[in-house]
Write a protein that binds this ligand. Structure first.
Ligand SMILES: NC(=O)c1ccc[n+]([C@@H]2O[C@H](COP(=O)([O-])OP(=O)(O)OC[C@H]3O[C@@H](n4cnc5c(N)ncnc54)[C@H](OP(=O)(O)O)[C@@H]3O)[C@@H](O)[C@H]2O)c1
Length: 239
């Protein structure tokens, strides 16, 4: 399958993994639509992609706006949902309302995208969600973030039946060098990334392009559905 002239929507396509995926798809000749909240980031992303790309400022939590986005598109071949709010706080000791954004963006945002994109998709279309290795390798104090990752993986497996023959998968990144990681790790980011690189079997942290390549595989491989594709440089092997 080729992505040339296919319409690809990347929810959260103005930075990091989403941006790398949008760029890779555009380079293969796809018509790309990216979303994100910040106009500034979207404009910068359009410059980075350097090709014709439609950019829409939409919060992934906004069901009505997500519905309008897909209603306006004549057809959609592939959707990649990268947007998520990452919560590193404890599910038990954190104020409950502060935990909601994690599920609201990753789980409900994925559901809205699938719900409103799928009626516009041909039988060989695909949807890819994003989780993270914390779904399988939990850390103390990040239980809701882990649960949001596990939720989209289970949701994708169910949708692979419900929306068949449209394919539904999840990409599960390990540590990837993006603005998100830098903001989560703060001034310790450089040192922690170096330490992680030394420990990983591949001896480097991931690049957004590593995940983009995996997402393009999930879009193009017509025999792959209901899977969680781990792309983590061997992180899962480490004790
Ligand atoms: N980087 C890693 O090491 C890593 C590891 C495991 C999993 N992941 C997952 O991979 C995905 C992408 O992460 P990244 O590292 O590429 O992050 P990033 O560089 O911060 O990019 C996130 C993108 O999503 C958009 N976004 C965030 N919240 C949104 C919302 N509520 N509505 C619409 N757009 C939203 C951001 O734009 P705006 O902020 O302008 O909205 C941006 O375009 C996330 O789901 C993350 O949890 C990342």
């Amino acid at each position: 399958m080729t992505l040339k002239d296919q319409t690809i929507v990347v929810i959260g396509g103005s930075s990091g993994i989403g941006l790398a995926t949008a760029k890779a798809a555009a380079e293969e000749g796809a018509h790309v639509v990216i979303t994100g909240r910040s106009h500034e980031r979207l404009n910068e992303a359009r410059r980075t992609i350097g090709r014709e790309v439609r950019a829409e400022s939409i919060d992934a939590n906004d069901e009505a706006a997500t519905r309008r986005l897909f209603e306006e598109l004549p057809s959609v071949n592939h959707v990649f949902v990268s947007a998520a709010t990452v919560t590193l706080s404890s599910g038990i000791t954190t104020e409950t309302s502060a935990l909601h954004p994690a599920m609201d963006t990753r789980f409900w945002g994925s559901l809205y995208a699938a719900k409103y994109a799928s009626p516009k998709m041909p039988p060989d279309g695909s949807i890819t969600f994003t989780s993270g290795i914390s779904a399988w390798r939990p850390r103390p104090g990040a239980s809701v973030g882990s649960a949001s990752c596990g939720a989209v993986e289970a949701f994708a497996r169910s949708l692979a039946f419900e929306l068949a023959p449209i394919r539904v998968n999840t990409v599960q990144p390990g540590a990837i060098d993006t603005p998100l990681i830098d903001s989560l790790l703060g001034e310790r980011a450089a040192g922690l990334k170096e330490m992680m690189a030394k420990r990983l079997p591949v001896k480097r942290v991931g690049r957004p392009e590593d995940i983009a390549e995996a997402v393009l595989f999930l879009m193009k491989n017509g025999f792959t559905t209901g899977i969680t594709l781990t792309v983590d440089g061997g992180n899962m092997l480490m004790s």
